[in-house]
Structures are given as C-alpha cells and as structure tokens.
Design a protein around this ligand. Structure first.
Ligand code: ATP
Ligand code: MG
Length: 326
C-alpha cells in the first residue's frame, strides 16, 4: 500500500474581483492531480509560485477539502477518516506562526505533546529527544521570542514530530533561512527519512530537492508536469551544456542574434547587480564560445564559463521561462 495515494484531485477556489462591480471568479488551484508516494520515501514537490503546492499539501494534511477527486494517506481517506489519520501524521509549514512566543521552546513542544495526547511517559523522553534532533537542546529553556528565524523554524519541526508521525508534510521548511541554517534544517529532514518516515516536501530550491529527494514531482498551474528522480530530470538536459557569459550593457539586438544562432537552444538572462549573465543552452561539446564572443563583439565581457546543466535548467525547460521569473 502506498503511503500517499492521490487520484484526480481538483480544488477550485471562488473569489471575487473588482471593487465596484464585483465579479465572481474561479481559480483552479489543482487540476486533476494523480500521484503515489511509497512508504519511507522522501518525496519532493517543486513548482513556481501559485502552482498549487500548498493547496495540495493542505488537502493531504486534512486541513483543506478537495473539490473533487480523492486521496488517502496511510490508507485513510483524507476527507472521511481524519480522526484516524491525524494522530499518525505531522505538518510543518515554513514561517514563524503557530508557536507560543512567551513560552520556552521546551514548553512549546510539551504543550503540543499534551494537545496531541502523547502518553506522559513517552513525552518525557520524546520532548528532549526532539529538541536535540533539531539542535535546540542548549537553548530549549529560553523564550521563543528571543529565537532567530532558523531556530523558530527548527522548533516548528520538533512540534510537527511530537506525535511521532509516520508521514511528515513540510511546506517550504527552509524559506527565509540563511544558507547555514538551511543546511542544518536539511540535515534534520534527511534524519527523518533515516528514521523510516515518509516525507512530503515542497520547495522552490532545486538543489534542495536534488540533495534530499528520492523522487520529485514538478507541478505547474495545478497539473503534474512530470514525476521522476532528480537524476532522471537532469537527464532531460544531459545532452546540453550551459555557457554562462557575464557582461555589461548587452542590448536586445545582440541577444536576438545569439538566439538566432542555429545551435543555440535557449538564452536565459539573469541580472546580477550591474552585470548581466547570459545562460546559453547549447549542445554539449559544440565549442561555441568563439562564435558567441564574435556575436558579442563590442560588449564588455568579464567572464565566460561553460558548465554542466543542473536540475534548475531542466526545471526551466519544463515549466517555461515566464514561470521561472514569477
Ligand atoms: N484561499 C484561497 N482563495 C482563493 N485563491 C486561493 C486560495 N488559496 C490559494 N489560492 C490560489 O490557488 C493557487 C495555488 O495556490 P498555492 O498557495 O497552492 O500555490 P503554491 O504553489 O503553494 O505557491 P507558493 O510557491 O507561492 O507558495 C493560486 O492561484 C492561489 O492564488
Ligand atoms: Mg505555497
């Protein structure tokens, strides 16, 4: 039996637009999603803003109802069997809400242990163990209001695990964290998998998905675009290489000429402070750098690097460039 099974799930939101003449509007957040996650799998859900990641996570976590279609978690229906399901799963949403700031970290976790009716005997061992797992052992008795963002986010994870869930939902757990804090948190997520739990993780960061996940689903506008391993996704772009050209003041006509080059697949432009970085996807081994520099004649070029394509390049290819910029 899969840990998570989703069949043709749809969720439509009704909203109104306009101020004077209000018009009803339907937003299709999930448009027929089907998916299966195996027990013990660390499964990633990737997609641009508004793709439907949070909506899907909330439905699976039984805090939002689907419009049609259905899903089971651990064999329990997410609409009908919530009472049986909730004690067996944990939910962690990124951000700082949902904690008691005037209480210590330890008291927060203890509070949720009581709320979830964890046996006092089990809680006595589990609360300190969780605080240690998320690296808050030494700061556990300080008030949460004095915690950094990363510490609060890690406390959220401890809170989400207090009922020793078999399935854990994490919605962008590393959002807003500095690189060090994010790395520590990823270590905790990896630990969940090592402990045999099924983990369903949403993220904006390709490298995070790449580093952590067994499989990944790419969601775009409420539809699953692909489900595969991170390395299979990378294979989508394996026959390409990316030439990154850092330059100043390149104009549209020059970029158009680059795009017209017969062996160029795509040109993506990233602006970093005063410089522009052109990411040119071209067939691997084509040795086109000289061609590109000729096209860029007169433009100040500060650096040229040829690199292997990453999961991010595959993602750009799948969801399209406009979604990437959203
Ligand atoms: N309560 C709501 N009322 C109306 N529309 C909603 C509501 N919740 C979500 N939506 C819409 O559903 C779509 C999917 O939203 P969702 O939050 O699931 O996306 P997401 O992939 O989590 O995005 P992000 O990466 O920004 O977190 C969006 O168009 C959003 O505006
Ligand atoms: Mg979201």
């Amino acid at each position: 039996m899969p840990a998570i099974h989703i069949e043709n799930l749809r969720r439509v939101f009704q909203t109104t637009t306009g101020v004077v003449r209000r018009a009803r509007k339907e937003i299709v957040a999930l448009d027929g999603v089907s998916l299966s996650v195996e027990p013990g799998e660390l499964f990633g859900l990737l997609g641009p803003n508004g793709a439907g990641k949070t909506t899907l996570t909330k439905i699976l976590a039984t805090i939002l109802l689907p419009t049609s279609g259905g899903a089971t978690v651990l064999g329990h229906d997410v609409v009908k069997d919530t009472a049986k399901l909730r004690p067996r799963m944990g939910i962690v949403f990124g951000g700082e809400r949902g904690l008691y700031w005037r209480l210590s970290g330890r008291d927060n976790v203890q509070y949720f242990a009581d709320l979830y009716k964890v046996e006092p005997e089990a809680a006595r061992k589990r609360v300190p163990a969780l605080l240690e797992l998320v690296g808050l052992k030494d700061r556990a008795d300080e008030r949460v209001e004095g915690y950094s963002r990363g510490m609060k986010q890690r406390l959220h994870i401890a809170r989400g695990l207090v009922n020793d869930p078999e399935v854990v939902f994490l919605d962008e757990p590393t959002i807003g964290l500095d690189p060090v804090a994010a790395r520590e948190l990823r270590q905790v997520v990896r630990g969940l998998k090592d402990a045999g739990k099924t983990v369903f993780l949403t993220s904006h960061y390709m490298f995070e998905i790449d580093a952590l996940c067994d499989r990944v689903a790419v969601l775009g506008k409420g539809k699953i675009l692909t489900v595969d391993t991170p390395s299979a996704l990378k294979r989508l772009v394996a026959d390409l290489e990316v030439v990154e050209i850092e330059c100043f003041g390149v104009d549209a006509a020059t970029i158009a000429r680059l795009r017209r080059h017969p062996r160029v697949d795509s040109v993506n432009i990233e602006t970093r402070e005063q410089t522009q970085v052109l990411q040119v996807q071209a067939p691997a081994g084509a040795e086109l750098v000289q061609d590109f520099l000729r096209i860029l004649d007169g433009v100040r070029v500060s650096k040229v690097v040829t690199r292997q394509p990453t999961l991010e390049d595959a993602y750009v290819k799948l969801v399209g460039k406009e979604a990437m910029q959203a």
